[in-house]
Design a protein around this ligand. Structure first.
Ligand code: GUN
Length: 291
């Protein structure tokens, strides 16, 4: 079997066309959706991600601000900036690019963002509402993964879903979304004994560990939907995922490529959250948006 490719770039493009219409409506009503991106230090990968996010904002009609702070910035400096952005009526979404330098505590920084402007969906209030089954702003990568799975037409009810990686940003929230969609979910991580035993049972396999080619073809159930979240740069400069794409493609039913899979979807969902946030702000002001 040769897997069908889940083309994240194409799905993201469609979503972005939809977001553009909604951003146009907001702009016409006098609410320019605004996203602030905060980056501390000059992590090379983060710089590329942030540049892509800013460019994507421009394309759909979201006003973006980039706040670059020195790598030695204190927690007070970062929290002070977040306080100002929380109070800024022209900013509807705030994203603090991760990872942060060692002197900063990510949970404290993230908790300082107003939950209404938390377009990464990582504030405990937003994660809590996801646990309770009534999410407000969803974490971007997990939300993008669910859109990609939807595009396959697979009914997730009763399916075995295996998530490899237990991060707050991908593994844990995507497990909750899969659970909410009716799948039987298993979470695997660095202490899991016999990873292949679990992955081979997976109708849906989500890999988010950041290790090139950690999942070989023989670890995949024939016909499975394989979502590869890893973006790993090899010494020759090539970008690869956590899954051995060539081998997996011969067994899976569907598979996401790297690049061009999960990455573009994460950005699309970020833009969607920024627009949703701006729409909620407009609603609070009693501003009606044209249909
Ligand atoms: N670093 C890598 N991915 C992400 C993301 O989705 N959001 C943030 N804030 N930082 C990241």
């Amino acid at each position: 079997m040769t897997a069908l490719i889940i083309d994240g770039k194409q799905i993201a493009q469609k979503l972005r066309a939809e977001w553009k219409l909604r951003a146009d409506r907001l702009n016409a009503a006098g609410i320019a959706p605004g996203l602030a991106v905060v980056m501390v230090g000059d992590n090379a990968a983060s710089k590329i991600y942030v540049r892509n996010k800013i460019r994507a904002c421009r394309e759909v009609g979201i006003r973006s601000e980039e706040h670059l702070l020195g790598g030695d910035s204190s927690q007070e400096t970062v929290l002070g900036l977040i306080d100002r952005l929380n109070a800024d009526a022209g900013i509807h979404g705030i994203l603090v690019q991760l990872p942060l330098p060692a002197q900063l505590a990510p949970p404290i920084v993230i908790e300082r963002i107003s939950p209404d402007k938390d377009v990464d969906g990582l504030h405990s209030r937003n994660l809590g509402s996801l646990v309770s089954g009534h999410p407000r702003l969803l974490p971007c990568t997990p939300a993008g993964i669910m859109k990609m799975l939807k595009s396959t037409g697979l009914d997730l009810h009763g399916k075995e879903a295996v998530v490899v990686g237990r991060s707050n940003i991908v593994g844990k929230p995507v497990a909750l979304l899969l659970l909410q969609a009716g799948a039987t979910v298993t979470m695997c991580h660095s202490h899991t004994r016999d990873l292949a035993h679990h992955t081979r049972r997976a109708d849906v396999l989500v890999c988010a560990i950041g290790k090139p080619h950690a999942i070989g073809g023989e670890m995949i159930k024939p016909g499975a939907a394989v979502i590869d979240v890893g973006i790993n740069r090899l010494s020759d400069g090539k970008l690869v995922g956590d899954v051995d794409f060539g081998a997996a493609r011969e067994r899976a039913g569907w598979i996401t490529p790297v690049p061009g899979g999960v990455g573009p979807m994460t950005i699309a969902m970020l833009l969607g959250n920024a627009i949703l946030s701006a729409e909620r702000y407009a609603a609070e002001l009693g501003i009606k948006l044209d249909a």
